[in-house]
Design a protein around this ligand. Structure first.
Ligand code: SAM
Ligand code: SF4
Length: 371
């Protein structure tokens, strides 16, 4: 099957007829099943710090948001979350934070080393735009993956909503290429429905995912935060209203489905932002239209409300074990199963019909095939 070209992508992004959309979602779901199988990988999310030196115009963690109380987890708290990830049967932890210089390169490297030495977890970092030496150090310490969404491939829009920290600093696309060269599995992604975002740029985003050969691709709705310039309306990037992408569920489902079709073996999460705009079954719908990853939250509940990227974030009061049970239930209700290994790109797990207690070891619970 030949992947859609830009004109075809644009046609699908504008599509609204239910029968056509159903056909698109079924196509994406069959590509997902053939290429990454029926397992859904659980990545335990640790939101390590809400301090951020950046001024991204869309994000509630931006430094200029004086309304947000800030926190920074201790090393022990982060290691406790990793221990909990093991107990809950996750294969990966994702350590995410604002761009916080107090999370020094050595401090992060030490945490990564501990997790890699004491557990079989894969470690994903998502700490913002850090220097190449830092990325190199963390990779040498054992970090497997790095997430850094490029948010939009429209350069003018990106510049307007994401002020540079250093005039000569590398942009996110350059950093993603550096990450791949350092041997990380690299994750990019975009928000859907950013004010000023056109359908044409959204089609370009999908082509950019493929050009970068991304291993992970995160796609979620843009959700307005009133304490940010973009969310309050103080910043209004110019656009013809007919070209403005809406930030609704359907647009996100179309983006996930097309991304799956164009990047068949990438790991694609059904995101918390999607679960926020449809708290009933947004996450399940994402899994039905091409996604194969979910990110249960491991952050201590006392910190959750302080990691307010956008308002009314889903799963803010649930304990880690509630989150785990809820997501596993959703996965089972779709006739899918929770992955047990690290679930890197190219690994396909096959369910074995046996109760976990009857299996001799964790590695016997799945057969991992290299695609
Ligand atoms: N600081 C790191 C970075 O920027 O990559 C990681 C944390 S940042 C909060 C993670 C992602 O949150 C961003 O890449 C962005 O896509 C998403 N995000 C930020 N503000 C958002 C908003 N208002 N609506 C939806 N997603 C948002
Ligand atoms: Fe900071 Fe990331 Fe939010 Fe930008 S998106 S303000 S870098 S946490």
């Amino acid at each position: 099957m030949i992947a859609p070209n830009k004109a075809e992508l644009l046609g699908w992004l504008h599509e609204s007829r239910p029968a056509r959309l159903q056909a698109l979602y079924e196509w994406a779901d069959s590509v997902r099943r053939r290429n990454v199988g029926d397992s859904v990988h659980l990545r335990g999310l640790i939101e390590a710090s809400s301090h951020c030196v950046r001024q991204c115009m869309y994000c509630g963690l931006r430094q200029g948001n004086g309304d947000l109380p800030r926190y920074r987890m201790t090393r022990e708290e982060i290691l406790d979350c990793a221990r909990q990830a093991v107990q809950l049967g996750y294969g990966t932890v994702v350590i995410q934070s604002g761009e916080d210089d107090a999370l020094t390169a050595d401090w992060i490297a030490e945490i990564v080393r501990w997790i890699k030495r004491e557990t079989s977890l894969a470690v994903t970092l998502s700490l913002g735009e850090r220097r190449e030496e830092e990325l190199r150090l963390w990779r040498a310490a054992g970090a497997d993956r790095y997430l850094l969404r490029f948010e939009t491939s429209d350069e003018n829009l990106f510049r307007a909503i994401h002020p540079h920290r250093f005039a000569d600093g590398p942009d996110r696309l350059t950093l993603l290429r550096q990450l791949k060269a350092l041997g990380y599995q690299a994750g990019g992604g975009v928000m859907v429905g950013i004010p000023g975002q056109s359908f044409s740029s959204l089609a370009d985003d999908i082509l950019m995912f493929r050009a970068l050969d991304l291993d992970m691709i995160g796609i979620g709705p843009y959700i307005a935060h009133a304490s940010t310039p973009l969310g309050s309306g103080a910043l209004r990037p110019p656009i013809d209203p007919a070209e403005q992408v809406p930030s609704n569920e359907e647009m996100v489902y179309k983006m996930i489905a097309l991304t799956r079709i164009v990047c068949p073996d990438a790991n694609i999460p059904s995101t918390t932002a999607l679960a926020t705009i449809n708290k009933v079954d947004g996450r399940k719908q994402g899994l039905k239209v091409g996604a194969n990853v979910v990110m249960p939250n491991l952050t201590p509940v006392k910190y959750r409300s302080m990691y307010q990227i956008y308002p009314a974030k889903a799963c803010i009061d649930e304990s880690a074990s509630d989150c785990n049970q809820c997501l596993r239930g959703q996965i089972r209700s779709l006739g899918r199963f929770a992955g047990t290994g690290p679930g890197g790109r190219g690994a396909v797990e096959i369910a074995i019909e046996a109760p976990v207690s009857a299996l001799p070891s964790r590695s016997a619970q799945f057969v991992q095939l290299q695609a």
